[in-house]
Design a protein around this ligand. Structure first.
Ligand code: ATP
Ligand code: MG
Length: 485
């Protein structure tokens, strides 16, 4: 492993000088050191000094000509600033001791060694000296370099104490194992199993944050499998746990929906880095367990799982403290529609079915298609290939229909105002009826999506409903003109 650190960024010399003037021993620590050794990019750099982190940050910025704005967190004794697209954080070395009955540690000033002892994993507990006489040297008391080489997550001290003190570290262990594709040392993993219940004292926001990082990793299934194995999944995401397992009836089994969902999630990482589309993959089959039924002659069915699943989305998002606005609505819509494009590959594709799908998916159609493509999983490679080819046909046809009919962002060609004006009526039930019938006729392909045809149909429908046409109906063009007049 390359132990030459890239300390070319001017900040390191600046901090080294500031530290020497203040006579504070100072080091770069944690994630930055780990990522340097791994050759990963890292734009968050943490500095620890034996002294005041706030004073060190102040002194350092005095030496920068375009002096960055420094944020101070007096309660935590930390300071932070952004410069040249990097985030720098400064903290005084500390010693932490936990009392079992309280979640907040007692914090005192400490040495570098104390500070390294309180860190979560050996690979996160390394420091690079910025002191004049040892500039650039690695301080690695727990053999973090060896664990990096062996791709191992291990706590520096007794894992039971480490996890019990701060149970979020259990989520972090699994998150790092996922992001870095590392193994968790068996002793460390066993301690997670023993301490899993303690996760309940951690705020949902912090747990969800780690879960999101797992979902955003290159191969998220690694994390979910570990979460399941240690028993954390059942506590933090019981609906997902319930996807696991296969039931057999008369010699017929179904897919294990846990592994299927993880395959879909791993598949979609190739199409998108968007957290919400990845969440849609996580949740697309979430309601399969309660909708499962064995039907004679058909086999296992999960009728309505997309409808029930979409109803669960707000409930799950709420509990997970995920955003309840457009993000949640998008995921709910994806879950609701996720069977539709696939259904199209199984039957004769009609233009009206394509128009309906475009109408319902709107601008999310591309995302929906990505989800559906990721959802094609089977042990049989030929089968997957066949489906993907048929799916390509659906894609092409959707494009053709959209070019022709433009229903993707459907706006009714006749408005409620025009209906009211034409028949001299106020807001009423008839307006809804007319608009709905026109929309249906367009989607079914009975009329085209244009003003003239819709107007003709509107007049016919009005007559059927016993409405009387007023004498002077304006065309939309003249309406525009009067608006501007
Ligand atoms: P990333 O920034 O990619 O999430 P990181 O290792 O930098 O990874 P941070 O959360 O930024 O993680 O924390 C910086 C460092 O602080 C870690 O490397 C670790 O040494 C320490 N640390 C963070 N959280 C904890 C914790 N809960 N318990 C112990 N040490 C921690
Ligand atoms: Mg970091």
């Amino acid at each position: 492993m390359n132990k030459q650190f890239d300390l070319a960024h001017p900040i390191f010399k600046i901090i080294s000088e500031a530290a020497s003037e203040l006579s504070f021993e100072t080091y770069a620590v944690g994630g930055f050191v780990r990522d340097q050794l791994l050759g990963r990019n890292c734009k968050d750099i943490d500095f620890v000094c034996v002294g005041s982190g706030i004073e060190l940050a102040q002194k350092a910025t005095e030496k920068i000509s375009d002096k960055p704005h420094v944020s101070y967190f007096k309660n935590f004794g930390t300071a932070q600033f952004r410069w040249n697209e990097f985030d720098f954080e400064f903290v005084g070395a500390r010693k932490e001791s936990y009392d079992r009955n309280s979640r907040k540690p007692v914090v005192e000033d400490g040495t570098l060694e104390d500070d390294q002892n309180r860190r979560d994993f050996t690979i996160n507990a390394m420091a690079i000296s910025l002191n004049k006489n040892s500039f650039g040297e690695l301080v690695d008391p727990f053999n973090g370099v060896k664990d990096l080489e062996e791709k191992l997550i291990r706590t520096p001290l007794d894992p039971d104490i480490t996890f019990s003190d701060d149970p979020l570290r259990m989520m972090r262990a699994i998150r790092f194992a996922t992001q870095l594709d590392f193994k968790i040392l068996p002793e460390t993993f066993d301690a997670i199993k023993r301490n899993k219940e303690r996760i309940k004292i951690i705020s949902q926001e912090r747990v969800t944050d780690e879960l999101n990082k797992i979902i955003l990793a290159k191969t998220p299934s690694i994390g979910f499998i570990l979460l399941e194995e240690c028993g954390l999944l059942e506590i933090i995401f019981p609906e997902f746990q319930k996807l696991k397992g296969v039931e057999n009836y008369e010699g017929k089994g179904h897919k294990d929906n846990f592994y299927h969902t993880l395959q879909v999630l791993d598949n979609i990482t190739k199409a998108t880095n968007d957290l919400w589309l990845r969440w849609a993959a996580v949740l697309h089959d979430i309601a399969k367990p309660p909708t499962k039924k064995f039907v004679e002659g058909t086999g296992w069915t999960f009728h309505g799982h997309e409808v029930l699943g979409s109803k669960w989305v707000p409930k799950i998002f709420g509990r997970m403290k995920l955003p309840m606005g457009n993000e949640m609505k998008f995921v709910r819509k994806m879950v609701y529609l996720h069977l539709r494009p696939i259904a199209l590959t199984k039957e004769e594709i009609t233009d009206s079915a394509l128009r309906r799908l475009l109408f319902e998916a709107g601008d999310d159609i591309e995302n929906l298609l990505s989800l559906c493509e990721a959802d094609i999983t089977s042990k049989n490679r030929e089968k997957v290939k066949r489906y993907l080819t048929r799916f390509e046909v659906v894609r092409e046809k959707l494009k053709e229909v959209e070019e022709k009919d433009q229903v993707r962002n459907f706006q009714p060609p006749v408005t409620g105002e025009l209906i009211m004006e034409t028949f001299g009526i106020g807001p009423s039930r008839e307006i809804g009826v007319i608009k709905e019938e026109i929309k249906e006729a367009i989607l079914e392909g009975k009329i085209r999506n244009d003003y003239e045809e819709a107007l003709k149909m509107m007049l016919e429908l009005g007559e059927k409903l016993g409405l009387k046409k007023q004498s002077d109906v304006r065309s939309p063009k003249s309406e525009e003109n009067t608006d501007n007049a």
